[in-house]
Ligand binder design. Structure first.
Ligand code: AMP
Ligand code: MG
Length: 310
């Protein structure tokens, strides 16, 4: 059985457009997901149009499932990246290194084996996985929506914009301060549906990205196989986590880290957080326990605080 939950972090649900504060509001289907974009400010429509165009260009460049994209050409050994494309590929490789390989931008041939590209789900053999690893192919699905958030911020900065909140298929990108100084309230999705697990208070321009084992999976003989793979084994990561939410000023970093921390598991993820100063995180364990790093302003639920000193 296939299941893809509508990726709906409860962002911005209480912050719609109003007559006193008109905003541009658009929903687009892009990168295989629904994106909900809200922008306030004088040049909101110009910014909206530029962002929608940017999203479409990113999709037609970096999709791993469409054989007409630049990424697919690259995977066939064709095509030469331009400067921006090379920078993005380099950023992906740098994030692979930073995460000790837990984020692996070249897992494409292993992901294909599982049928996540064509919905022909199956459990590959160990030998198939070993063989697939000898022919690595780019897949930037764990990074591109976060990267799109960062690119959207660059666009918003070019226009007269007060603030914006972009839900890029569950990757939330905020921009600017809300008028009365209150924080953006971003709900952390409950894997079982229903109310959010808790709410994150976010100030200013920030990315909030969640990776979870409930976002895309299939079940076979009572076992759930989800879409986040441990690059070491080529199997669905089984780290005891159900979801990881990362809060970071850089959307691409947030996206790569949410995937990587999920693969690493709580202990390794905490170790990486302790040696970093650019992100906060919320961890939901499979048993329902929640942990949050001390800089994450999480409320509305019980959780253990992870501190820098033991
Ligand atoms: P995300 O939802 O951001 O965690 O990204 C998950 C998607 O990234 C999957 O659907 C795969 O296309 C790809 N992916 C799976 N496992 C990994 C991994 N360990 N590193 C990088 N990309 C991955
Ligand atoms: Mg990711």
């Amino acid at each position: 059985m296939r299941k893809i939950l509508p990726v709906l972090l409860m962002a911005a649900l209480l912050m719609g457009c109003s007559a006193s504060e008109p905003c541009a509001h658009q929903t687009v289907f892009c990168m295989d997901t629904v994106m909900d974009l809200q922008i306030w400010g004088q040049e909101r429509q110009q910014a909206m149009d530029a962002i929608v165009e940017m999203l479409q260009v990113l999709e037609s460049t970096w999709s791993a499932t469409d054989e007409n994209t630049f990424l697919s050409a690259l995977n066939r050994g064709e095509g030469t990246p331009d400067k921006a494309q090379q920078d993005f590929l380099d950023q992906a490789l740098a994030l692979q290194e930073r995460t000790g390989g837990a984020f692996d931008p070249k897992l494409g041939s292993v992901i294909a084996l599982w049928g996540f590209y064509d919905d022909a789900y199956r459990v590959p053999t160990a030998q198939e996985i070993t063989e697939a690893k000898t022919a690595p192919k780019w897949d930037l699905g764990a990074l591109v929506k976060g990267y799109a958030g960062s690119r959207a911020v660059e666009i918003l900065e070019q226009f007269d914009i007060d603030r914006a909140i972009l839900n890029l298929g569950g990757n939330i990108q905020t921009y600017g301060e809300k008028e009365n100084g209150t924080p953006w309230n971003i709900g952390v999705q409950n894997p079982t549906g229903g109310d959010a697990l808790g709410a994150l208070a976010i100030h200013g321009t920030m990315a909030v990205v969640t990776s979870g084992d409930y976002q895309r999976y299939f079940e076979l003989d009572g076992v759930r196989y989800h879409h986040i793979l441990d690059p070491k084994t080529g199997m669905s990561a089984d780290s005891g986590l159900s979801s990881v939410t990362v809060i970071c000023a850089d959307g691409a970093v947030a996206d790569a880290l949410s995937t990587a921390l999920f693969v690493m598991g709580l202990e390794e993820a905490i170790a990486l957080w302790r040696q970093s100063d650019d992100f906060e995180a919320v961890f939901l364990l499979q048993d329902g326990t929640i942990y949050a790093t001390e800089g994450a302003s999480l409320s509305g639920c019980e959780y253990e605080v992870i501190r820098h000193e033991n």
